[in-house]
Design a protein around this ligand. Structure first.
Ligand SMILES: NC(=O)c1ccc[n+]([C@@H]2O[C@H](COP(=O)([O-])OP(=O)(O)OC[C@H]3O[C@@H](n4cnc5c(N)ncnc54)[C@H](O)[C@@H]3O)[C@@H](O)[C@H]2O)c1
Length: 258
């Protein structure tokens, strides 16, 4: 029997990058996956995969979220939620008010409001299923810097959205423990996805980065390791140049802040 046989998982932002890798790995472990994205390509990407149900939906829109969760309910409920959809962009504090407000809406609607909407819609079903896992996809920006190159100063709104996720991860892990629902964050550094490649004009990673960048498949493997481990309330770091592995459980005061 596979690890996730008879489980239903939802993955947001599944049309490419980490979301695609999470979806494929969850399905390979036996789960039925409801995978959605604002991009229509999500439907053709998974069209031949019998245990992946792909939908076009926007995580920041309540009616879309309800449609996604209803699709999962029809497949047997919800056991795993991966809050992966995210927007990254530069938003230096010197930007115009107009740009800052437009960036705020774009980033916060997906990275924060979307996580709130989808999680609130899923929690009753995960409870009804007897428990499960919520994974908030964050970033190493929220963990102590390991080098001078981390935590860029011009992505304040993106960083703020991911710091705010810490509040969800910590509060939900504590509140939902009685329902056997585990809530953790995955906080990785540079991972080879279209988002990362989009930072470079030709879409090619610089040679030094290409040598060391983590793969989305390695991060998906870390998520499966997390499910096997069963810990909760922890931000799990993954750093370029270090082994991608769960490591020992952290003391309570270090679970979120690293
Ligand atoms: N790639 C990295 O180096 C890296 C590092 C740290 C954290 N992350 C985080 O990992 C997650 C995935 O990143 P990625 O690198 O795969 O990005 P990506 O841009 O390659 O993929 C993100 C996907 O989310 C979808 N999406 C965006 N807004 C959406 C919405 N409102 N509703 C539904 N889908 C939506 C996009 O269409 C896209 O397919 C993000 O939360 C990101 O912040 C990535």
């Amino acid at each position: 029997m596979a690890l996730l046989d008879n489980k239903v998982a939802i993955v947001s932002g599944a049309a490419q990058g980490l979301g695609e890798a999470f979806t494929r790995r969850l399905a390979a472990e036996g789960a039925t996956v409801v995978a959605f994205d604002t991009q229509a390509s999500v439907e053709s990407l998974f069209s031949g995969e019998s245990n992946i149900h792909a939908l076009r939906a926007d995580v920041s829109k309540r009616e879309d979220v309800e449609r996604v969760v209803a699709a999962a309910a029809a497949l047997g409920g919800v056991h795993i939620l991966v809050n992966n959809a995210g927007r990254w962009k530069k938003s230096p504090v010197t930007d115009s008010w107009d740009k800052a407000l437009a960036d705020w809406d774009e980033i916060m609607d997906t990275n924060l409001k979307g996580v709130m909407l989808l999680s609130r819609a899923c929690v009753p079903l995960i409870r009804a299923a007897g428990g499960g896992d919520i994974v908030n996809i964050s970033t190493y920006y929220v963990l102590p810097a390991r080098s001078d190159g981390t935590n860029p100063p011009d992505t304040d709104l993106y960083a703020a959205s991911k710091w705010a996720l810490n509040g969800f991860t910590d509060a939900w892990a504590k509140y939902l423990a009685k329902d056997n629902i585990r809530v953790n964050g995955l906080c990785m550094g540079a991972t080879d996805t279209p988002m990362l490649r989009g930072l470079f004009a030709d879409g090619q990673l610089p040679p030094e980065m290409a040598k060391t960048v983590m793969s989305a498949e390695a991060i998906a493997g870390l998520m499966i390791e997390l499910f096997r481990d069963g810990r909760t309330g922890e931000n799990i770091g993954a750093w370029v140049g270090s082994p991608v592995t769960l490591g020992p459980r952290k003391a309570a005061h270090e679970r979120i802040s690293g």
